[in-house]
Design a protein around this ligand. Sequence first.
Ligand SMILES: [Zn+2]
Length: 433
Amino acid sequence: MFFDEKMETLDRPSMEAIQLERLQRTVKRVYERVPMYRERLDAAGVKPEDIQTLRDLQRIPFTDKADLRDHYPFGMFAVPKKDIVRIHASSGTTGKPTVVGYTRNDMNTWTDCVARLATAVGVTAEDTVQISFGYGLFTGAFGLHQAMEKIGCAVIPMSSGNTEKQIMIMRDFGTTVLVATPSYAIYLGETCRKMGLDPKKDLKLRVGLFGGEATSLKMRKELEDSLGILATDNYGMSELIGPGVSGECVYQCGMHISEDHFIPEIIDPATGEVLPAGSWGELVVTTITKEALPVLRYRTHDITRLIYEPCQCGRTTVRMEKLRGRSDDMLIIRGVNVFPGQIDTVLSRVSEVGPHYEITVTRDGPLDKMELKVELIDGSVLESFSQLESVQKKVRATLRSVLGLDADVKIVEPQTLQRFEGKAKRIKDLRHI
Ligand SMILES: [Zn+2]
């Protein structure tokens, strides 16, 4: 199912023509209206009229989160305040948040982009949607809320937390679609069973639209099996628009990017060079339709790759692979680059362990030491030393083959590692304390 079939199935030359025209307009717009961009472009020796092909995008300097922070709160807006109809902000862990604004047209674009993702997984006006993202300055809840309403769904603005009540409402209201972070959805499922309910029988859930953090293949399988849903990954960030940049279709083979609104590139996070098609690297996105806060070559710091092959669903838009972590979350352990997503890959290859893990990195003299704690799926393994030892060896060997790193592997009982209501924090780096 399509929300905007024409744009979602456009042939590549037509899409590129649209992208170029919109890119030219955006560069002109920010050059004329945003002092920071005018200075940056002048310093790089690029005038708006120099953008003649999509390749010319590479001549434009990057934008980073720090730029938004430095121009807090509205210094990067390209419209007068009277044209702004909504303001959101992303919580900075330190200092000032990053502030983003929307014009009326931006709100429509945003709503349509999210509606595409929901429609791609079969959400219709028949559905009852429970939004379990936290409402507030964060773009997640409102982004999904608006789009689901536009599709015609019955929307429950539940917000996060209050898990037992969430489950009561889900059951009593007959919720069919859940919107949440994947870690919270897992927690919801576990709480459900603790309450003596079987989510597959007692709830009517059929689709889970997940976002806010990456879902490992293992987490996805756990979610699908325990809640009886089709679980899809969705991607966005407030600086780009909020949710709605990309999302998976029912084939779950990468997230389709709305390329008529966003131009993606993959760069080497260390050198900033654009990498050949299909390479893993950092995702950089240029918005080409936003009015209030257009961003040129925004560094997302998310590690992924782009897939240009056509998808079975009929969409021709480029897909981005499941994230492999963030370039700034990248741990360097004994000189080896480690992305949290690679740990997910390791765990997905060992059937005896679940998706939850905890990494602690310490320093022993000059040497970095990594400890990985993983949860068993079946606790009875703990009773047999030889079985336990074999699981431990398997995790360690897989880790060595995927990362080229050795670690202390600790196998723990099911349900003992911390669960997260928001973004999961699974890494403790104690080297600099
Ligand atoms: Zn598809």
